[in-house]
Design a protein. Structure first.
Length: 262
């Protein structure tokens, strides 16, 4: 007489319980994996900024202790990233791992590879357009407000010894956008209220509401934007200049680490 062989198997309820447990674990672990991946990119970005900042320091050693000027036009002036790259020797360092902007193909600039994929650049130098004239009515040149504030200047860069507080003055910040690329001589400066810095995908909130900055003494560090705007040194006791814009939101006073006058 044949005996029925008893077989063991999961019941439907047991299978549903296992699936539910797997789903719960996935819901817990996937965000952790995403955070770990972003942390790794943040570390890689910090390394990029550090090496580029040191490249600027080495550039100064060979150029009368000057900073490069950030802009560049055709073949006469090279943008600062092209001036500094011989001291870095790695195009990959100029683009952040979280810079996802598409930039199309290269144009006809002699330093480009026409028709090839554009070589993106993420990082810019701390400098601002002349939004206002100072008390002397100066808009451009060594006596202008932006040259007094910034490490570099439109007259061709400034001495690295002209920055009193090198450890708290911003030199490099990200400005990722669709036109910031290797062969483009503009979009190579950045300031705390630039649209490309504050927009979605811009530098202000690249990593958990902050980003990595290169400082004038050669070190790099993560800051939130608000932290960079806190008054530094003598700024806290300096009254707002009469020519400063009456706009506490877009033009607060003082402007902290973005202003070398500390």
């Amino acid at each position: 007489m044949n005996q029925l062989r008893a077989t063991k198997a999961f019941t439907l309820i047991e299978l549903l319980v296992v699936i539910a447990i797997i789903a719960i674990l996935a819901a817990i672990l996937f965000p952790v994996f995403a955070q770990a991946k972003m942390a790794a990119k943040k570390t890689s970005d910090l390394s990029n900024v550090k090496q580029l900042t040191l490249g600027v320091m080495m550039y100064g050693n060979d150029n009368d202790d000057d900073y490069p000027f950030c802009w560049g036009w055709s073949s006469e002036w090279k943008p600062w990233h092209q001036q500094v790259d011989p001291y870095v020797k790695s195009l990959a360092l100029w683009k952040s791992p979280v810079d996802n902007w598409g930039r199309g193909t290269e144009g006809n600039d002699p330093t480009c590879l026409p028709g090839k994929e554009t070589r993106g650049v993420t990082y810019s130098m701390n400098y601002t357009w002349p939004a206002f004239a100072n008390d002397s009515g100066t808009w451009w040149g060594s006596g202008s407000e932006q040259c007094n504030m910034s490490p570099t200047c439109d007259s061709g860069g400034q001495s690295q010894t002209s920055v009193p507080a090198v450890a708290s003055t911003i030199l490099i910040a990200p400005r990722p956008n669709w036109y910031h690329q290797w062969c483009e001589g503009w979009a190579t400066e950045v300031f705390f209220n630039y649209g490309e810095f504050t927009m979605k995908g811009g530098g202000e909130k690249m990593f958990n509401n902050g980003t990595n900055y290169g400082l004038c003494d050669g070190h790099a560090k993560f800051f939130t934007k608000d932290a960079t705007l806190k008054g530094q040194g003598s700024q806290t006791g300096t009254p707002k200049p009469s020519y400063w814009p009456s706009d506490p939101v877009n033009w607060p006073w003082p402007v902290g680490m973005w202003d070398k006058r500390q």
